[in-house]
Unconditional design. Structure first.
Length: 54
């Protein structure tokens, strides 16, 4: 659909390590965006950074 709309570059980013996220959910997301044949794929690790009290 995106390619037929003359979109030239398609990038996909999938975060992992989100609270309550399961491995099967990550795998499903990756499988879905791979069907779009993206030019660039990125898996981004989630890091929860607590504020430092001063």
């Amino acid at each position: 659909m995106a390619r037929s709309a003359e979109i030239c570059d398609l990038n996909a980013e999938t975060p992992f390590g989100l609270p309550h996220q399961q491995g099967t959910q990550i795998a499903t997301s990756v499988q879905k965006f791979m069907t779009l044949n993206p030019d660039c794929n990125a898996l981004l690790g989630y890091a929860h950074v607590l504020q430092i009290a001063r």
